[in-house]
Design a protein. Structure first.
Length: 152
């Protein structure tokens, strides 16, 4: 629950260090998050320390966003079904993770790096009362390592 002291304290441990805010709109997905979460959700929970509900909340940004160097968890294909970057984030005080398949980070896949795919221990649309086209703010970590240029 946003504003709840216990939730805020857990969220601070979930996303320590410098952060930045990304604004975007809630949008539709392709059902891939539900598919992968049903197959690997328990493994994600074991690796990341949170239970997750199937599916993702897709947030469409007005610009591309790349995973922050030094603040990202990497899951190889044998652990996640496909090579995956996982970034701890928050939306309205709720700890979430952004799942980013490596192929999307490098410009290949069903959508661009301008889409965040958020997983959480609650169904975010219900918990936060969200619908398609609602504007949201997602708090993400700032990079701790600055790359001169993103390899393509």
């Amino acid at each position: 629950m946003p504003g709840d002291v216990a939730t805020d304290q857990r969220a601070d441990r979930h996303l320590p260090g410098a952060t930045e805010l990304l604004r975007g709109e809630v949008g539709f997905g392709y059902g891939q998050g539900t598919h992968w979460m049903s197959r690997f959700g328990r493994r994600y929970a074991d690796l990341l320390g949170l239970p997750f509900v199937p599916g993702t909340l897709n947030v469409y940004l007005d610009h591309e966003w790349y995973v922050p160097a030094g603040r990202t968890i990497f899951l190889p294909a044998w652990q996640a079904g496909m090579p995956m970057f996982v970034v701890p984030c928050r939306i309205e005080g709720v700890p979430v993770f952004n799942l980013r398949p490596v192929q999307i980070e490098y410009g290949h896949g069903p959508h661009t790096p301008a889409v965040l795919e958020l997983i959480a221990g609650v169904r975010l649309r219900d918990h936060l009362g969200l619908s398609d086209d609602d504007e949201v703010t997602v708090e993400v970590p700032r990079p701790t390592v600055h790359l001169k240029e993103r390899p393509r």
